[in-house]
Design a protein around this ligand. Structure first.
Ligand code: AMP
Length: 284
């Protein structure tokens, strides 16, 4: 496993691999690696000849300076975490390597970037779309792997890749959870032990709505009320949003029909903002 810190080196290595007709798989991460990242890496390993993992805490997708500063970073631990998994390259650039002097070009995926997470975190998806564009242009992978954990990010990246004709296929993997149901996230490291236990309420609230749906409840209002009721039962939780939306357009759905719908939640547990979601009517 080679750790690459220079953008040009990453681009030339990837170019050579493509010339050798190898199938390239790419997993973009912000580090603090866990089993959720691992499921993407393992899928990449199964599908591709060469696996490239980026570890880059992207400054342009943070809208709060303290959130950016507090984000966990430990490249040595990440490299150790990856060592058993047959990853070929880790791309871990400094911010200045990605955003050099006079960097003024940003990619905006209109409309869907402003909803849900976008309304709480203005500019977040502009930062995501921009860095993903730079990473895809550097590596030009055949496949790029993303987690359903960040459902809106998936919608934004699918749209970006479709609209700008990136020659990369997007593969989405299911959410990996702790035994308590809490979705794995690098941000979980910031939770105290008691807050971590309290955070399990987020998935419980989604499960309660999913159960109600499976028992015949189709009304958006009733399903989101169910989520809200369970979240409110945990005094450490403060709800940011609960939304029942189309997974691609992110437009609100009033009544669940035959198509898959995304039930997404953001909540703060103490100072830590967490997101989670389930799909209702998921097609197998
Ligand atoms: P991050 O390092 O948080 O930017 O995440 C990098 C990638 O891993 C993104 O595509 C995430 O959606 C994915 N990911 C993070 N946590 C999970 C999880 N618990 N289950 C599945 N994928 C995840």
């Amino acid at each position: 496993m080679e750790i690459i810190t220079r953008q040009q080196r990453m681009a030339s290595v990837a170019k050579k691999l493509r010339r050798d007709n190898l199938v390239l798989g790419f997993v973009a991460t912000m580090g603090a690696l866990h089993e959720g990242h691992l499921s993407l890496i393992q899928k990449a390993r199964q599908m591709c000849d060469q696996v490239i993992v980026s570890v880059f805490v992207n400054p342009t997708q943070f809208n709060e300076e303290t959130d950016f500063e507090q984000y966990p970073r430990d490249l040595t631990a990440d490299a150790e975490f990856l060592s058993p998994y047959d990853v070929d390259y880790v791309f871990a650039p400094e911010a200045s390597e990605i955003y050099g002097d006079n960097f003024t070009t940003f990619v905006t995926v209109d409309d869907i970037s402003d909803k849900l997470e976008g309304s709480s975190r203005p500019g977040h998806f502009r930062g995501v779309a921009t860095v993903v564009t730079i990473l895809l242009n550097t590596i030009r992978p055949d496949f790029a792997f993303f987690g359903q954990k960040d459902a809106q990010q998936v919608a934004v990246i699918r749209r970006l890749v479709r609209d700008l004709r990136f020659d990369t296929e997007i593969v989405v993997m299911p959410i990996v959870r702790e035994e308590s149901g809490l979705a794995l996230s690098s941000r979980n490291e910031l939770l105290s032990e008691s807050d971590r236990a309290a955070a399990a309420v987020i998935y419980k609230s989604l499960q309660a709505a999913k159960e109600a749906f499976e028992n015949g409840e189709k009304s958006s209002g009733n399903l989101t009320d169910k989520v809200s009721e369970v979240l409110d039962s945990e005094e450490r939780a403060r709800t940011d949003y609960i939304a029942l939306v189309d997974p691609n357009s992110l437009e609100p759905v009033e009544k669940v029909g035959d198509d898959p719908v995304l039930l997404a939640v953001a909540a703060r547990i103490g100072d830590v903002r967490l997101i989670d979601n389930v799909i209702l009517n998921e097609k197998q």
